[in-house]
Design a protein around this ligand. Structure first.
Ligand SMILES: NC(=O)c1ccc[n+]([C@@H]2O[C@H](COP(=O)([O-])OP(=O)(O)OC[C@H]3O[C@@H](n4cnc5c(N)ncnc54)[C@H](O)[C@@H]3O)[C@@H](O)[C@H]2O)c1
Ligand SMILES: [Zn+2]
Ligand SMILES: [Zn+2]
Length: 401
């Protein structure tokens, strides 16, 4: 089959690789009909994950059709949310891999599953404990082949696969795999009270879903921060007030817009590759280059300082290692709360499906590009450099290049 393989920093190639095979009785093989490129993929593309190996298949946002099921399904012993899975079922695949029966899965903390990362020891060395396995996201989270490919093996298919009712197009449900639940969980983590003001740094795909989710959860105002005009425009279309951080001092503006209080909650939907301005931006770039810090926490710092006293800091943006100069004094003395994590995708699927079926949201609004799988290298380039007004790319395996 054809698959998008990581070959080094700023280098992906579409290669012919062996088809995936059933390994465990609870596996399924999915023929992929749609798959997307994520901001998280850019951290790999940009070379910030030392646990990538040349040839690794990328991609963790994918859906398609079941073409093969492991023996556990044939015996009728195992079901998917109480129902049988069958060849031909149309399914969405959460990016987090979860066993469904460990301490964490039992507590609805799916991205913390204790049984899905065969390389847990690597993560334990860095973090004390390991998060769940993830598709296409380096050997640190299991070395699983990703879904920017024609086919993928899905472990724990009885737990992960989410069947799509008839009548919904791929583009309406594809983002259940990651960015819609991620934006939604990030908004939920803001602990929004009716009428609250939420400030969101980053108007990438995650920020866009966070804006719309914040309103769905009762926010009165959302203030969105970025510098890319078309992303700010999309945020505005979603009802947000917008700030271009290259044109104004964000902290001052937020204070002014909230009568000196600061936003009730703040969200870092940017993560470890935040673009920094001035001396501080230079400092982080230099520290990251010599590996004195692994991540650039520019947005996290700003968000903590901007948040109103007693407010909440929600961090969907990905960090992988160590950060420097976090204003812990502000965090402690203002009595802030921080909530974060890889998304517990499984937790949100039913309720987000309902949102789409009710017409509360059509997730396809975020798509700016549709490309055949073969054009993935071009896709990574324009997504990274925000060329051609690119905000979100859907790749279509099997479509002529
Ligand atoms: N927690 C999870 O489970 C999860 C899931 C998906 C993505 N993510 C993470 O969420 C983050 C966003 O993902 P995305 O797909 O939207 O990525 P993206 O790269 O498309 O968007 C990031 C946006 O942040 C903006 N930005 C950069 N520096 C900024 C600054 N200083 N102030 C304000 N805005 C700034 C960029 O211009 C860009 O529009 C990434 O870190 C990604 O890894 C986390
Ligand atoms: Zn993603
Ligand atoms: Zn588990």
């Amino acid at each position: 089959m054809k698959a998008v393989c990581w070959q080094g920093t700023n280098k992906v190639e579409v290669e012919t690789v062996p088809d995936p095979k059933i390994i465990n009785p609870r596996d399924a093989i999915v023929k992929i009909t749609s798959t997307a490129i994520c901001g998280s993929d850019l951290h790999l593309y940009n070379g910030y994950n030392p646990a990538m190996k040349p040839g690794d298949i990328l991609g963790h946002e994918f859906m398609g059709e079941i073409v093969e099921l492991g023996s556990a399904f044939k015996n009728g012993n195992i079901h998917n949310k109480g129902k049988d899975l069958a060849i031909g079922d149309r399914v969405v695949v959460p990016f987090t891999i979860s066993c469904g029966s460990c301490f964490f899965c039992n507590r609805d903390l799916w991205s913390l599953c204790d049984n899905s990362n065969p390389n847990a020891w690597m993560a334990e060395k860095m973090m004390g404990h390991s998060p769940s396995g993830l598709f296409g996201y380096s050997h640190l989270t299991g070395g699983y082949a990703g879904g920017q490919a024609e086919y993928a093996r899905v472990p724990f298919a009885d737990v992960g696969l989410f069947k799509i009712p008839d009548g919904l197009a791929d583009e309406q449900v594809l983002f259940f795999t990651d960015i819609f639940p991620t934006g939604y969980m990030a908004a939920e983590n803001c602990d929004i009270q009716p009428g609250d003001t939420v400030a969101i740094w980053g108007c990438g795909p995650v920020g866009q879903f966070a804006i719309r989710s914040a309103f769905m959860l009762g926010a009165g105002r959302v203030i969105a921060i970025d510098r890319v005009p078309e992303r700010l425009q999309m945020a505005k279309d979603g009802g947000a007030e917008i700030l271009n951080y290259e044109e104004i001092e964000v902290g001052e503006a937020l204070k002014e817009m909230t009568g000196g209080m600061g936003p009730d909650s703040v969200m870092d939907a940017v993560g470890m590759e935040a673009h920094g301005m001035g001396l501080e931006g230079f400092y982080d770039k230099a520290m990251q280059a010599v590996r004195l810090e692994t991540d650039r926490p520019n947005v996290l710092r700003q968000a903590i300082v901007a948040c109103r006293k007693g407010g909440t800091v929600s961090v969907p943006g990905v960090y992988t290692g160590f950060v420097d100069k976090i204003p812990m004094g502000a965090f402690m003395n203002k009595g802030l709360t921080m909530k974060t994590g890889q998304t517990h995708v499984h937790r949100y699927l039913e309720r987000l499906l309902e949102r789409v079926q009710n017409g509360d949201i059509d997730p396809s609004f975020v798509i700016t590009h549709r490309l055949p799988l073969e054009q993935a290298p071009h896709g990574y380039e324009i997504f990274k450099d925000k060329k051609d007004n690119c905000i979100k790319i859907v790749l279509k395996p099997g479509q002529a290049a």
